[in-house]
Design a protein around this ligand. Sequence first.
Ligand SMILES: [Zn+2]
Length: 247
Amino acid sequence: MRLGRLKRSRRLWPFVVMLSLAACATPAPVTTGISEPTITAQDRRACPGGVVPAARIEFASRAPSYDNATPLTQLSNDAGLTVGRVALGVTEVKLSLSAQYRIRHAPALTEGVCAYPDDIVLRLSYAVRIVHVAREFANEPCLHAAILAHEMRHVALDDKLIPREITAFDTGLPARVGNGAGFWGADAAAADRRVDQVVTTAGAVLVKTLDDVRQREQVRQIDMPDEQPRIAAACGGRLNQLIGVAR
Ligand SMILES: [Zn+2]
């Protein structure tokens, strides 16, 4: 296989997940479908099989920062809560994903060019990781501690879940980018676009997988139906006296 090596760097989109005491209680199922790239009959006909590509995921975790200055109404709005529901605290997470990879070229068995992805690195990091406790609790040490403790359970869950899911996804990553199959294009640029799409889709599926698992496990493990009443009852029922919204 003739090797034309070129290095590409491409930035994929970030996504945001807002978590809050109230919002977490009603999980919204993710319905956005991501169509997997397919290896076409033309690819199989035109492109000899290559080697299984090197592919890995790098995750740069970091500790959250803390915000105690945002008013409850703003936190609730930012969390997308409907009227009458409030976010006492929010663990704001914005994961950023970028991809870097090389493309090898080989002449197609027909006309055109075959492109093979290799040395693929998906880099995941926290663009934003902020634990908010609403400003109304700044002078309420007991409630502040209760809300903060709740939010820190979200932080701890992410610290456990995200690396675990990445490890599982990492194993299947070569298969998601064709397992060594070549992607055909009429010319090198067209073949490269096929590879771009394949890598982009792999990144999108990773992000969606993380999003789905986080939403599911947060509700299952932390934002259970009795969690908000528990906080409302804590600190001598102080929450009701203070903001009169807890049920
Ligand atoms: Zn929560």
